[in-house]
Design a protein around this ligand. Structure first.
Ligand code: MG
Length: 386
């Protein structure tokens, strides 16, 4: 029996890497369903022809009709806002790769867990917007919520070396982004095209901007808090430009465990698909002597305040991270559209977060309501400054 997968966000950066892992393990994995926004129709169609899913989900109905006319016989096409959730909960699916971008991925993730599917979670915004809801639902349903983010996969592995009470803190590594060494007084001149040239990882546009502002690391800090049940004060960030050490755990006896590999998404994705097993593969091997040296430096919180803002949101309580994330998504899109400057991205997030009084969130609807509230506030502000 091979493991049946739903790949949500199949034409994105993580989705295509997940399919690359499937390609390497035809004896262990097969694709049951694919879901995508449908913007890259030709690519999606190619995936359907190669992986032969039984069902494909796209949000846009017009795109779905076009797809339905072109897919091989026997492939069902579903459309609409609920389509990704339908693909995630198909009866033949064993594990869901949740790799959609942004808070838009939350309902499908929630549906997958609710249906008792194990989830390999690349959509970090889901955990940021509704972390407590998702982890509580996963515990109630007895499903595994497995990270795909390289940092969290590293911590997940390191934590296998000790008991929870033996852990002192979790330390996330950050590449520092493309502007780590750039004079902050010149940041107003940064154009999206420049910010999109990320030095170490190949990723989609939204996460690439998040990596440049270091908001990605802030979102990951919140994600780590939920995934591993560790409060913010026991989570740290260290800058590591080579992105070879993917993160670390410090234990109470002063021992550290770190996880290293070549920085390619196929490693963390395979880990999340194989867990609790480890599979042989033919991915590129790490040569320590080729790397030569590994550098670490403190995060400069004055130049990169995004991590502190995320910490502030986490400590404020449930709705705080949802609002932070919503404001950030809106601000990043405004920057990518050339409507605001690079420094205005994090300034917008700060202003919206500061105007928010955090409250507990008990349902998915409430989480989505705070997401809308954060977006509205951010848009008002973006109109005023853009
Ligand atoms: Mg990451």
């Amino acid at each position: 029996m091979t493991l049946g997968l739903a790949v949500l966000g199949s034409t994105g950066s993580v989705g295509t890497s997940a399919l690359e892992v499937v390609r390497h393990h035809p004896d262990r994995l097969h694709v049951v369903t694919l879901a995508a926004k449908g913007r890259r129709l030709a690519e999606l169609l190619e995936q359907v022809r190669e992986f032969r899913p039984v069902q494909v989900a796209v949000a846009d109905p017009a795109t779905a009709r076009e797809l339905a006319a072109a897919v091989p016989e026997g492939v069902e096409v579903v459309a609409g806002d609920e389509a990704a959730g339908i693909a995630a909960t198909h009866p033949d699916v064993d594990r869901v790769v949740a790799a959609m971008v942004g808070a838009a991925g939350l309902p499908a993730t929630y549906a997958a867990i609710g249906a008792g599917k194990d989830v390999a979670l690349a959509n970090k915004e889901s955990l940021v917007v509704a972390g407590r809801l998702l982890t509580e639902l996963a515990a109630a349903k007895g499903v595994a919520l497995l990270p795909v983010d390289s940092e969290h996969v590293a911590i997940h592995q390191a934590l296998r070396g000790g008991r929870p009470e033996e852990v002192r803190r979790l330390v996330l590594t950050a590449s520092g982004g493309p502007f780590r060494e750039r004079e902050a007084s010149t940041w107003g001149e940064i154009l999206p095209e420049e910010a999109l040239r990320h030095p170490t990882w190949s990723m989609g546009a939204k996460i690439t901007i998040d990596s440049a502002t270091l908001m990605n690391k802030g979102l990951e800090l919140i994600e780590a808090s939920h995934l591993f049940g560790v409060p913010g004060e026991r989570l740290d960030v260290v800058v590591h430009p080579q992105s070879i050490v993917h993160s670390l755990v410090e234990f109470r006896d002063g021992s550290w465990l770190a996880q290293l590999s070549v920085n390619d998404m196929v490693f963390p994705i395979q880990y999340a698909l194989a867990y609790p097993e480890r599979w042989e593969n033919r991915f590129p091997r790490l040569g320590l002597a080729d790397v030569g040296h590994l550098d670490f430096e403190p995060l400069d919180g004055d130049r990169f305040p995004a991590v502190a803002l995320a910490r502030q949101a986490l400590e404020a309580g449930d709705s705080g991270p949802a609002v932070l994330n919503a404001a950030n998504e809106e601000a990043v899109h405004a920057f990518l559209d050339h409507r605001i400057s690079f420094p205005a991205v994090v300034d917008t997030v700060r202003a919206v977060l500061d105007s928010h009084e955090a409250v507990a969130v008990g349902t998915l609807e409430e989480a989505l309501e705070w997401d809308r509230w954060g977006r509205e506030r951010a848009r008002e502000r973006l109109r005023a400054i853009g």
